[in-house]
Ligand binder design. Structure first.
Ligand SMILES: Nc1nc2c(c(=O)[nH]1)N[C@H]1C(S)=C(S)[C@@H](COP(=O)(O)OP(=O)(O)OC[C@H]3O[C@@H](n4cnc5c(=O)[nH]c(N)nc54)[C@H](O)[C@@H]3O)O[C@H]1N2
Ligand SMILES: Nc1nc2c(c(=O)[nH]1)N[C@H]1C(S)=C(S)[C@@H](COP(=O)(O)OP(=O)(O)OC[C@H]3O[C@@H](n4cnc5c(=O)[nH]c(N)nc54)[C@H](O)[C@@H]3O)O[C@H]1N2
Ligand code: SF4
Ligand SMILES: [Mo]
Length: 701
C-alpha cells in the first residue's frame, strides 16, 4: 500500500517541510514540501533514507558498564532504563532539590516537552547550544531593538543589496533561503560577501572582500562613519525612531575608511564605493548579521554594528528589508496552548547565574558553558544530574578535557538522541529517540510575514527500539510523581490539547502539512505602529540598560596584534552536505565527503615548505592532530580553515570513526573565553600552530 505523508526534515536543525512517500511501511522517497519548497531538498535531506535504513544508530536503551566513556554498554528494556534513571534522579533530587538537574538541547521550535519536564520536577535549569552559535547576535539585537534576533525576517525576494559577513547561505544552507537568494541574484540583486576565505556564496557575489580575520567590527565602524559622513542614511527613519544618533556620530568620527583599510585590508575607496551603492539601494538593503560574525571577544559589538547598519538603511518593516516576524496575536488569532504552562512556575535561581548574577543576559536558555563552573564549584548550589537532549556539547563546545573534568563530577548523565554523539557516548544512560521519519512532534508556531502552525507527522514505524520525546518525558515524569503535567496518552491527544480554542484541528494539516493563519501579509505602520521593547520604546543606538550593566553602548575598537609566523586562527564552518558532527557516518554523505582538509594560503604554505596534499600537524595547548593541507589563494594568510564535525571518536560509527580532524579540540582554554557582553564562546581567540609533518623516512634522511 502507498501513502504520502507531510512531515519535517531532521537531517539538520533547519527543519525544512517535506513530503514522504511510503510503500508497504517503507519510506521510498523524500522531497521538499511542494507547497513551500517546490519539491527541492538539499543533499543532506535527500540522504534521510540512508540515515534511517542503516544499523549504526542507537537501537535500544543502553546503560553504561565500566568507566565513563569506556564504551561498554548493556542493552536493556525501556522499563529498566526509565526505572534506573528515575530512581537515580529521584534520589539526587531528594538530596539536592529539583534544581540539581539541568537539561541542554539543540534549540528549535519543539521544546515544549523538555521545558514541561524540567518545570514539573522543579528545575529552572533549561539551556541550549546557543552560546556556541548565535548568542552574541541575539543579545546585540536585544540591545538595539529590545527584540531578539528572530524578531525579523529578511525579505530577500525584494531586496536590492544583501551584505553578508561569513554568512555562507549557499553552503550553510536553508533550502528556502538558498532558492530565494539564487533567484534574487538572477533578477539583479547585488551581493556583497565578506569572509576570510572564498566560498560558494562568495563566488556568486557582485563584490567579495577577503577580510583580515576578526576585524569585521573595524570594517563596520568605517562603513558607519562613511554613511554618516556622506549623509547616505535614512534621516527620516533615524529621526523618528532612534535614540543616541548624535552620540553615534561623535563615536564613529575617528574611524575613517583609511583607518579601516589599515586594519581590515579592504581598500578605503572600496568602502566608499559600497556606501554610495547602498545609498541608492536603501531601504531595500539587508545586512545579515548571520550567526557568528566570527567568534571573538568583541563579537557582540561587531554584531551590534550590523544591526545599526540596518537601522541606518531604514529597512525596518519595508519590502526588501527586515520585516517584523508576526505571531498569531498580530493577526488577532489565538495561539497554541503551551504544554509547558501546565506545571507551576519555578522560582529558583538559575545555576548559570543568568537573570540574577548576570542581569544583562536573556534568561531564555541562559549560557550552557556556565553550568560547568556551577558543577565544579557547587556554586550557587550543587548540580548533580544532566540530561543532554539532542545536543552534543563535546562536539559543539571547545576543550574536551575541561568539559570532561566537569562532567565527571556528575552523579547522573543521560542522553536522548537518535544518533551516537560524543556526549551521548560519554553518558551513563542512552535513551534512543526515534528518527525524524519515525515519530511525531508537538505542534509549533512559526512566526513570519504570515504566522504558521507546523508539525512533524510520523511516516514510518520505528525501525529499532526507539521512542518519541512525548512518550519518554511523560514516562520519566510519571515515575517521578509528576505525570499529571502530561495529560495526554497519544500524539493526537497532545495535539488536541494544543489546538483547543484555536479553531483548528489536526485534520487541517492534511492538505498541505501546515496551517497558515492568514491569506495576506499585513505590514505595521512605520510611522506609529512599530513596537520596540527597549526601555525608551525606540531603537537604541545607545542603550542605558547596557551602560547600567557596566558595558559601553559603543565600544572603541581594540587592535588585534599580527600573529607570529607559523601561527594561525583556526577558522571553521560548514559544508553543504554535512551538519555539524552528526552526518559524517551517513552512508551516502560519507561517500561524497569523507574527510576534512586544512585550507591554507598557498604563499604562506610554501614559506613553511608545505605542499598541496601534504600531511600537516596542527597543534594548540598540547593537543595535536594530523590533517591534509589544501593550498589555495582564496584564504587570508592569517587563517587556516576546516569543515567542522570530523574526528569522531565513537567506535560504533565505523565509517566516520577517527577520520579527519576535530577542530573544536584545538580551542584549548576557550570554554572560559566568552564575549562578556554577548555571552558567545570566543573560539577564534585561540590560535594554532601548523607545520609540515615529516615522515620517519624523511626524518632519517
Ligand atoms: N569548533 C566548532 N564548534 C562549533 C561549531 C563549529 O563550526 N566549530 N558550530 C557551532 C554551532 S553554529 C552550533 S549550532 C553548535 C551545534 O552543536 P550541537 O547543537 O551539539 O549540534 P548538532 O550536531 O546539530 O546536534 C547535536 C545532536 O542532536 C541531534 N539532533 C540535532 N537535531 C536534531 C533533530 O532535529 N532531531 C533529533 N532527534 N535529533 C537531533 C543530532 O543527532 C546530534 O547528535 O556547534 C557550535 N560549535
Ligand atoms: N550544510 C549545513 N548547513 C547549515 C548547518 C550545517 O551544519 N550544515 N548548520 C546551521 C547552523 S547551526 C548555523 S549556525 C548556520 C551557520 O551559518 P554560517 O554562519 O553561514 O556558517 P559557517 O559555515 O559556520 O560560516 C562561517 C563563515 O565565516 C567565515 N569567517 C570566519 N572568521 C571570519 C571573520 O573574522 N570574518 C568574516 N567575515 N568571516 C569569517 C568562515 O570562513 C566561514 O566561511 O548554518 C546552518 N546551516
Ligand atoms: S537544510 Fe537540508 S538537511 Fe536541513 S532541514 Fe532542510 S533539507 Fe533537511
Ligand atoms: Mo548554529
Amino acid at each position: 500500500m502507498k501513502k504520502s505523508v507531510y512531515s519535517m526534515c531532521g537531517m539538520c536543525t533547519v527543519r525544512c517541510p517535506i513530503r514522504v512517500e511510503v510503500e508497504d511501511g517503507r519510506a521510498t522517497w523524500i522531497e521538499g514540501n511542494p507547497h513551500i519548497l517546490g519539491r527541492s531538498l538539499c543533499g543532506k535531506g535527500s540522504a534521510g533514507l540512508a540515515f534511517h535504513y542503516q544499523e549504526e544508530r542507537p537501537q535500544g536503551p543502553m546503560i553504561r558498564q565500566g568507566l565513563r566513556g569506556g564504551g561498554q554498554w548493556k542493552r536493556v528494556t525501556w522499563d529498566t532504563a526509565l526505572d534506573y534513571v528515575a530512581d537515580k534522579l529521584g534520589r539526587i533530587m531528594d538530596r539536592y532539590g529539583g534544581r540539581s538537574l539541568f537539561l541542554s538541547c539543540r534549540g528549535g521550535p519543539f521544546l515544549d516537552l523538555p521545558k514541561t519536564f524540567l518545570k514539573a520536577v522543579g528545575s529552572p535549569n533549561f539551556t541550549n547550544h546557543d552560546a556556541s552559535c548565535a548568542r552574541n547576535v541575539h543579545h546585540a539585537s536585544l540591545s538595539v531593538y529590545g527584540l531578539g534576533r528572530k524578531a525579523f525576517n529578511y525579505d530577500l525576494k525584494n531586496c536590492r543589496h544583501l551584505v553578508l559577513y561569513g554568512r555562507n547561505m549557499l553552503e550553510s544552507l536553508k533550502v528556502k533561503e538558498s532558492k530565494e537568494l539564487m533567484s534574487s541574484i538572477a533578477s539583479g540583486m547585488k551581493l556583497t560577501y565578506i569572509d576570510v576565505r572564498q566560498t560558494v556564496t562568495g563566488s556568486k557575489a557582485s563584490r567579495f572582500w577577503m577580510i583580515r580575520p576578526g576585524t569585521d567590527y573595524a570594517l563596520n565602524l568605517g562603513l558607519i562613519h562613511t554613511l554618516i559622513r556622506e549623509e547616505a542614511y535614512d534621516k527620516a527613519f533615524v529621526e523618528r525612531w532612534c535614540e543616541g544618533f548624535s552620540d553615534l556620530c561623535d563615536f564613529v568620527a575617528p574611524y575613517s575608511p583609511e583607518w579601516t583599510e589599515a586594519r581590515t585590508g579592504i581598500p578605503a575607496s572600496e568602502i566608499e564605493a559600497l556606501a554610495r551603492e547602498l545609498n541608492q539601494d536603501r531601504p531595500r538593503v539587508v545586512f545579515h548579521p548571520g550567526w557568528m560574525l566570527a567568534r571573538y571577544m568583541d563579537s557582540f559589538y561587531a554584531s551590534r554594528s550590523t544591526h545599526i547598519l540596518n537601522v541606518l538603511m531604514g529597512n525596518v518593516e519595508t519590502e526588501g528589508g527586515q520585516i517584523v516576524a508576526k505571531g498569531p496575536g498580530d493577526y488577532g488569532k489565538p495561539g497554541l496552548n503551551a504544554l509547558a504552562d501546565l506545571p507551576p512556575k519555578v522560582t529558583e535561581k538559575r545555576a548559570d547565574g543568568v537573570g540574577w548574577k548576570y542581569t544583562h543576559f536573556d534568561t531564555g536558555p541562559g549560557l550552557f558553558h556556565l553550568f560547568y563552573s556551577a558543577i565544579l564549584n557547587e556554586d550557587p548550589y550543587p548540580v548533580k544530574a544532566y540530561i543532554s537532549y539532542r545536543h552534543d556539547p563535546l562536539t559543539g563546545f571547545p576543550d574536551r578535557e575541561a568539559q570532561r573534568a566537569a562532567l565527571d563530577k556528575l552523579e547522573l548523565m543521560v542522553a536522548l538522541d537518535a544518533k551516537f554523539g560524543e556526549t551521548t557516548w560519554y553518558g551513563d544512560v542512552i535513551l534512543p529517540l526515534s528518527g525524524y521519519l519515525e515519530k511525531e512532534s508537538p505542534i509549533a508556531v512559526q512566526k513570519g510575514k504570515i504566522p504558521r502552525f507546523i508539525v512533524r507527522r510520523k511516516a514510518i514505524e520505528p525501525l529499532y527500539d526507539s521512542r518519541a520525546e512525548w512518550w519518554i518525558f511523560k514516562e520519566l515524569a510519571q515515575r517521578l510523581g509528576a505525570g499529571d503535567y502530561f495529560p495526554y496518552d497519544s500524539p493526537e491527544e497532545m495535539w488536541a490539547f494544543q489546538l483547543k480554542g484555536t479553531g483548528y484541528t489536526i485534520d487541517d494539516f492534511e492538505e498541505k502539512g501546515f496551517v497558515d493563519l492568514a491569506d495576506k501579509a499585513i505590514f505595521l505602520d512605520r510611522e506609529n505602529g512599530l513596537k520596540f521593547k527597549t526601555p525608551s520604546g525606540k531603537i537604541e543606538l545607545t542603550s542605558l540598560s547596557l551602560e547600567k550593566a557596566g558595558f559601553p553602548s559603543l565600544a572603541p575598537y581594540q587592535e588585534r596584534p599580527p600573529l607570529p609566523e607559523g601561527t594561525f586562527r583556526l577558522v571553521f564552518g560548514r559544508h553543504a552536505i554535512h551538519a555539524h558532527g552528526h552526518t559524517q557516518n551517513n552512508p551516502l554523505l560519507h561517500e561524497i565527503f569523507k574527510e576534512n582538509t586544512l585550507w591554507i594560503n598557498a604563499d604562506t604554505a610554501r614559506s613553511l615548505r608545505i605542499q598541496d596534499g601534504d600531511l600537516v600537524e596542527v597543534s594548540a595547548g598540547g593537543i595535536k592532530a594530523d590533517i591534509r593541507a589544501r593550498l589555495t589563494p582564496f584564504i587570508h594568510p592569517e587563517a587556516v580553515f576546516t569543515v567542522h564535525g570530523f574526528g569522531r571518536t565513537v567506535p560504533l560509527l565505523k565509517r566516520a570513526f577517527g577520520v579527519g580532524m576535530a577542530d573544536q579540540r584545538m580551542a584549548k582554554g576557550c570554554l572560559k573565553k566568552y564575549d562578556p557582553v554577548g555571552g558567545g564562546i570566543a573560539y577564534l581567540e585561540s590560535t594554532v600552530q601548523v607545520k609540515k609533518k615529516t615522515s620517519p623516512k624523511e626524518k632519517a634522511a
